[in-house]
Design a protein around this ligand. Structure first.
Ligand SMILES: C[S@@+](CC[C@H](N)C(=O)[O-])C[C@H]1O[C@@H](n2cnc3c(N)ncnc32)[C@H](O)[C@@H]1O
Length: 257
């Protein structure tokens, strides 16, 4: 039997303090530098395909061009130097059939015309951007102005060269698959592509929209095994407001089947 004598007294049970109400976590402050030179985040595109997603995209870009002049948008450049260098690397010639996907108000088409290219297509969601380009180069210039969403566009003919500066990086998930499907339909069996996106150390947002940043290997992976890389570049673009945006560029030739 255990005797009570000499036993350590059991300490009284400490009352459990009342549970404090959980303080709601305040939303993270928007850091203007996150949006970088392209502006702070606003409502992103819906993440799925369909008519609503398309009209959100078209409405967004139409508003951008209605509120910012062509030379003030963050992606403005007076000379599309790297575009031309890489298009040359994959065989740009006067007879090339060229499509500038999401060409907006870029002067790339002007430079192509100056080089004697007679089959240019500029495709964009925003009709006003294409109207500005058409007014600039003249209605008689040999350019097809295509108002379309690259995700749903069904090209009716083939192109030797596909150029995209700063469109692919706005896409994610299924949208990238839809983009690749359009590209594969549009690019001729011996054609080539030139792509430019924000680099891994580039801004996370552009024009209020989130972007996916790519290194050159990741861009090559978007194209898949059907293309071989011809050239890679890194470019640090200076925006009209003086900020910098590192870009990854890739030129790749289609491997004929
Ligand atoms: C950042 S701007 C780049 C414009 C041009 N490529 C340049 O370098 O000056 C993106 C352009 O892509 C267009 N765009 C965005 N999403 C698109 C889509 N799904 N299909 C076609 N154009 C699109 C926009 O209207 C805008 O003109």
């Amino acid at each position: 039997m255990i005797s009570g004598a000499g036993r350590t007294p059991i300490p009284p049970i400490r009352p459990i303090p009342p549970i404090r109400p959980i303080r709601p976590i305040p939303p993270a402050p928007v850091d203007p530098s996150v949006g970088g030179p392209c502006g702070a985040p606003s409502a992103p595109y819906t993440d799925h395909m369909g008519d609503d997603a398309h009209s959100d995209r078209a409405g967004h870009w139409t508003r951008v061009y209605a509120t910012t002049s062509a030379t003030e948008v963050s992606w403005y450049q007076s000379e599309p130097t790297v575009s031309l260098e890489l298009l040359d690397a994959v065989g740009l010639a006067p007879g090339s059939r060229v499509v500038d996907v999401g060409g907006g108000t870029s002067v790339l088409v002007d430079r192509l015309l100056e080089r004697g290219v007679t089959d240019c297509t500029v495709l964009d969601l925003a009709p006003s951007a294409l109207a500005a380009g058409r007014a600039r180069v003249g209605a008689d210039a040999p350019v097809t102005w295509e108002v379309a969403d690259v995700l749903t566009w069904v090209p009716v003919r083939a192109y030797d060269l596909w150029h995209d500066r700063a469109v692919l990086h706005f896409l994610s998930g299924d949208e990238v698959d839809a983009y690749r499907a359009t590209l594969e339909r549009a690019v001729a069996p011996d054609g080539a592509v030139v792509l430019a996106t924000f680099a891994p150390d580039g801004p996370g947002y552009c024009s209020g929209l989130p972007v996916t940043r790519y290194g050159d290997e990741e861009l090559a992976a978007v194209l898949g095994d059907g293309f071989e890389v011809a050239a890679r570049r890194r470019e640090v673009h200076a925006t009209p407001s003086g900020a910098v945006q590192p870009f990854t560029w890739l030129a790749a030739r289609r491997i004929p089947i």
